[in-house]
Design a protein around this ligand. Structure first.
Ligand code: PLP
Length: 380
């Protein structure tokens, strides 16, 4: 089956023989054991629940992978993977990742004796200079919020040669547009809150991988930490995934239209979107992904007021998050990326003028009219 069909028919498992077209919600915390000597697949929902197993299998099927794990949020998924690290290990991370990931790395690692290093241009990184205790590489590509693209193939190959795990946060593209495991990565994490769920209604996280031993460890940690996706949210995530490809095609079409419009507008100084030919990683993005997603960032020229522009928008709500059907605008420096120290923000380009747009699936003309109108009003 092809991706769109797997999204609808994948993950199929036994549903107690009742013939429901939708996999049911098993709202049960505990499951009856046949006898003292006999054990069955499900015992207690933290360890496993049929509705969660269904969506875990579905996301693995979509990625052509062996295993999926569903967590209560994207950060629960990222934390789970960081749980593989031991005291003395070191992690290399690209330089603009989601603020919550940065909050974890910069506050929690040191408590456990784990080191990290931020790599400014990973595509040019020379692995000969990597310390011998580097055990994991954590990449977010395209990055958040500057949409920089990191070469998954090149980096995971060099990492593998040194027994270093490559982890990719694939939230911005999903497996519909990019399959990091096929490019050589070991583990993929997602905030499924975003495109997978797709309707800004639930929080969810996913981990997808092929390796049996890593899966055994992560499954153990999932049951031990307990940050699992609930049965009801597993159902809603499954429902969202059925329309993932349709939505992403539209998000992307709208995003490219908006990016081109902004690029040509005299009020706009910078536009960051990997689908624009002017983007510095345009070719690399084509080499490793089949799409560019629905997020872009911009800066206005000096003669325009950034705050007024955000305020005058009628369709774009000022809110964090992305990947829902509605268009959103956010100010990374004070919203999604406020966990970065001011100097670090400036150093990596998250300044007070940067705005991030999450493009929804509204009619593109309405989006363009809204943007044009707000830009007019924001002129000083
Ligand atoms: C790229 C990326 N990774 C991870 C996360 C964390 O996900 P969640 O909010 O579901 O915990 C986010 C949330 O915005 C994100 O944008």
């Amino acid at each position: 089956m092809r991706y769109e069909s797997i999204a609808i028919h994948g993950g199929k498992t036994e549903d107690s023989g009742k013939g429901a077209v939708n996999y049911p919600v098993y709202l049960s915390s505990t499951f009856i054991q046949p006898s003292l000597e006999e054990f069955q697949e499900f015992a207690y929902t933290r360890g496993g629940n049929p509705t969660r197993s269904h969506v875990e299998k579905l996301v693995a099927d979509l990625e052509g992978a062996k295993y999926g794990l569903a967590l209560a949020s994207g950060m629960a998924a990222t934390s789970l993977v960081f749980g593989l690290l031991k005291q003395g290990d070191k992690v290399l991370i690209n330089n603009n990742v989601y603020g919550g990931t940065w909050r974890y790395v910069s506050n929690i690692f040191s408590l456990h004796g784990i080191e990290y290093e931020v790599i400014a241009n990973f595509n040019e990184y020379d692995f000969e200079q990597a310390d011998s205790n580097v055990k994991m590489i954590f990449l977010e590509t395209p990055s958040n919020p500057l949409l920089e693209v990191t070469d998954i193939r090149k980096i995971s190959k060099a990492a593998k040669a040194r027994d270093i795990l490559t982890v990719v946060d694939n939230t911005f593209l999903t497996s519909y547009f990019q399959k990091p495991l096929d490019l050589g990565a070991d583990i993929v994490v997602y905030s499924a809150t975003k495109y997978y769920a797709g309707h800004s209604d639930i929080l969810a996280g996913l981990v997808v991988l092929n390796d049996d031993e890593l899966y055994r460890q992560l499954k153990f940690l999932q049951n031990t930490y307990g940050g699992i996706l609930s049965p009801t949210d597993s159902f809603l995530l499954t429902r969202g995934i059925k329309t993932l490809s349709l939505r992403l095609d539209k998000h992307q079409k709208n995003a490219l239209t908006v990016a081109k419009f902004l690029k040509a507008h005299p009020a706009v100084k910078d536009v960051y979107y990997p689908g624009l030919e002017s983007h510095k990683n345009y070719d690399l993005q084509r080499a490793q992904a089949t799409g560019d997603g629905g997020v872009l960032s911009l800066r206005l020229q000096d003669g325009w007021d950034t705050s007024k522009f955000a305020k005058e928008l009628k369709i774009f709500d000022l809110a964090v998050s992305l990947g829902g059907v509605e268009s959103l605008i956010c100010h990374p420096a004070t919203m999604t990326h406020e966990s970065y120290a001011k100097e670090l923000q400036e150093q990596i380009g998250i300044d007070s003028k940067l705005l991030r747009l999450a493009i929804g699936i509204e009619h593109e003309d309405d989006l363009l009219e809204d943007l044009a109108n707000a830009l007019d009003k924001a002129k000083l």
